[in-house]
Design a protein around this ligand. Structure first.
Ligand SMILES: CCCC(=O)Oc1ccc([N+](=O)[O-])cc1
Length: 353
């Protein structure tokens, strides 16, 4: 294992991954000019960094923060691959650390002396403010896809998994929040939605028991080894799969039975299955020697003194205890484009007839 500041190596490997990924990407579509994303660190392309350097405030209306080359994937994040391979304009409102709604699960960000901004309390208001600016001049309901991927922090050890949610709320409240996000986007003219379901979190180093190759005490769960880790991995499996079933049934119920978002098309993108497929058949996705149990970036419980490796990031399913690696992000992006074009086995498609 090397101790080096890996920024340049990460940027180079990002570029290699981009080149590999671009050659595999489906052709861009004329009706896909804008991608507007909401979520957490699985989607954030640098927005939290802006808040961190501006006293927890977001950018003024009409300004998108600069994109980062090194995100929580160790390189580019999945929307950036979509952007690079299609030429679509990306407006990424995702913020690392976010939950769907701080009124349900709020999480403290000590470095900002504030809660992490959430989708309902910050990302959606920022989107609504930007919509009134020239950023949105070319955006129409036909040429724009809205993507929502949220739940990892809601269900997390600092959230529902440790019963730390706001009193009176529960997993159903988190699921209802997803529909509230769609309400807000629909009211703003959005008609094409992709919802990415919950990751296979039981396989991450964070939730996998130490005795089964998972992390010990770490930056995302500082006293993990005090817990019955097998029980918590199983709970996380229950929470993610139950939430995903609610998403599977909730989308057609609200769209078709309740007519909640008239004129809309919604695809459910089964990230959980994609990650399981990479986990079960790593040689199809990762560079040898592939590693789907460990992770590339190892830090102390404060997130400092990080060590990287062994080997190359492109061999890893996971970048750190919680985050898919850069190459995994490129597969998430590639399959996202298949979902948008209606051709993915990971997509389930719903619209009015
Ligand atoms: C996918 C959800 C996990 C997540 O959001 O992780 C992060 C939370 C906070 C930070 N940060 O403060 O830099 C990074 C990742």
């Amino acid at each position: 294992m090397q101790r080096i500041t890996m920024r340049s190596i990460l940027v180079i490997s990002s570029f290699v991954a981009v080149l590999n990924a671009l050659s595999l990407f489906p052709k861009p579509h004329a009706d896909f000019k804008y991608l507007i994303t909401f979520g957490d660190s699985y989607t954030d392309n640098g927005r939290l960094g802006y808040y961190g350097s501006h006293q927890a405030h977001g950018p003024p209306p009409g300004v998108m923060p600069p994109e980062a080359n090194v995100t929580a994937s160790g390189g580019l994040q999945w929307p950036q691959y979509v952007e690079a391979s299609t030429g679509a304009t990306l407006y990424d409102y995702a913020i690392a650390g976010a939950t769907c709604d701080n009124n349900n699960v709020e999480r403290w960000a000590a470095f900002m002396n504030a809660n992490y901004p959430s989708i309902i309390t910050d990302e959606i208001p920022s989107f609504k403010a930007d919509r009134k600016t020239k950023l949105y001049r070319g955006v129409t309901s036909a040429n724009t896809v809205y993507a929502l991927w949220i739940g990892t922090n809601d269900l997390s050890y600092t959230g529902i998994l440790s019963d730390s949610q706001v009193k009176g709320t529960n997993i159903t409240t988190y699921i209802d929040c997803l529909w509230n996000v769609f309400d807000a986007i629909h009211a703003a003219g959005g008609r094409r939605f992709v919802i990415l379901n919950n990751n296979a979190l039981q396989l991450t180093g964070l939730y996998r028991p130490l005795s089964d190759g998972g992390a010990g005490d770490n930056q995302f769960w500082q006293n993990k080894t005090l817990y019955n880790q097998t029980e918590y991995a199983q709970k996380m499996l229950e929470y993610t799969t139950s939430s995903n079933t609610m998403i599977d049934y909730g989308v057609p119920f609200h769209l078709l039975v309740k007519n909640r978002w008239p004129g809309s098309k919604i695809a459910v993108y089964d990230i959980h299955s994609l990650i399981m497929d990479i986990y079960n058949q790593p040689s199809r996705y990762l560079e040898p020697p592939h590693n789907v149990v460990g992770y590339y970036k190892h830090c102390d419980v404060n997130g400092t003194n990080c060590l990287y490796g062994p080997g190359r990031l492109n061999s890893y399913l996971w970048y750190d205890e919680l985050h898919p690696s850069n190459i995994t992000a490129s597969y998430i992006a590639r399959e996202f484009l298949n979902v948008v074009s209606g051709r993915s086995k990971y997509g389930t498609y719903w619209e009015h007839w």
